[in-house]
Design a binder for this molecule. Structure first.
Ligand SMILES: [Zn+2]
Ligand SMILES: [Zn+2]
Length: 303
């Protein structure tokens, strides 16, 4: 069984990051200094500013917390339903060449733009697939994409389309490995900040370590729920949840495999799932008694 990286089995500690947000340099309502100050006050460890089709200059990364890394969100290409993809390039070294004209940008080949972002050292994620109206056929042919946003707070608050779990599972079911991050995508007009983040397992907080963790799956996504441990021995998955525990734990697999464990009395502090042997992947979702969620990356994937 081709097991994937389990960040809980990795040395280091957890760092809280958000890798998609906007400033007044594009369509956000806060200047970049205020964006960074807000995340600093909330105790975030790492923030990527991803203004649309540009790279916002960020302070010296050697400054104190949070570590601020440059990024961008590019609307490019045309999906099956005729909408552009929103592609996140996190940690890019310099901005890629893009036409300013919207129609010209949407006429570009999305794969070429992904490759340009990768060449500029970025880790690439597809933002908010559900909100963008993406179908799985839009995601399957892409190369060089680390993952998708399984949850995006802005599009959830906006029109209730922040959760892209079905897109994710559809790709995984077809053997397409994509990781699942969660981000605010804060524009600072709606209450779209401080609602979704990504917990990275790092030995030290550097731009290189962040890029490596985002690219390899050394993280889990959260809207507030915390995971204490995930263990997987190839046959059984065991998850531990610190107080206040979970109202529900879902072991999500392809087709009808998997299991939902619901707290019958006090909240769950642990749950386990024994593989039946035919699953192509397993990932974990938890829901706390107050409705906060967390999502692990898949623990293995048959291709
Ligand atoms: Zn977007
Ligand atoms: Zn955005």
């Amino acid at each position: 069984m081709p097991q994937l990286l389990n960040p809980f089995a990795r040395p280091g500690r957890w760092y809280r990051g958000v890798f998609h947000c906007h400033s007044t340099n594009s369509d956000g309502d806060r200047p970049v200094e205020s964006v960074i100050a807000w995340y600093a006050e909330q105790g975030y460890d790492v923030v990527a500013i991803t203004d649309h089709n540009q790279m916002t200059r960020v302070p010296d990364p050697r400054r104190d917390r949070p570590l601020v890394i440059p990024g961008t969100e590019v609307d490019v290409g045309r999906t099956r339903l005729g909408e552009p993809y929103h592609i996140l390039g996190i940690g890019l070294r310099q901005m890629i060449d893009l036409p300013r004209d919207v129609a010209a940008r949407h006429g570009l080949d999305v794969q070429a733009v992904i490759e340009a972002l990768r060449k500029a050292a970025a880790t690439v994620f597809v933002a908010h697939p559900y909100w963008s109206g993406l179908v799985v056929e839009d995601l399957l042919p892409l190369h060089g994409v680390a993952g998708i946003e399984v949850f995006n707070a802005n599009t959830e608050v906006d029109i209730g389309k922040g959760y892209s779990g079905v897109h994710w599972d559809d790709c995984l079911s077809r053997g397409k490995l994509l990781l699942g991050a969660a981000n605010d995508d804060a524009h600072w007009r709606l209450r779209d900040y401080g609602r979704a983040w990504t917990m990275l397992r790092l030995e030290s907080l550097t731009p290189q370590a962040v890029a490596e963790a985002l690219g390899t799956g050394a993280f889990y996504a959260s809207t507030g729920a915390v995971l204490e441990n995930v263990a997987f021995d190839g046959a059984t998955v065991a998850v531990r949840i610190p107080p206040p525990g979970a109202a529900e734990v879902r072991f999500i697999c392809d087709r009808r495999w998997g299991q939902r464990v619901v707290a019958e009395g006090p909240p769950l502090e642990r749950a386990t799932y024994s593989l039946r042997g035919r699953e192509k992947f397993v990932r974990i979702e938890i829901i706390t008694p107050s409705g906060e969620q967390a999502w692990t990356n898949p623990l293995f994937l048959e291709r």
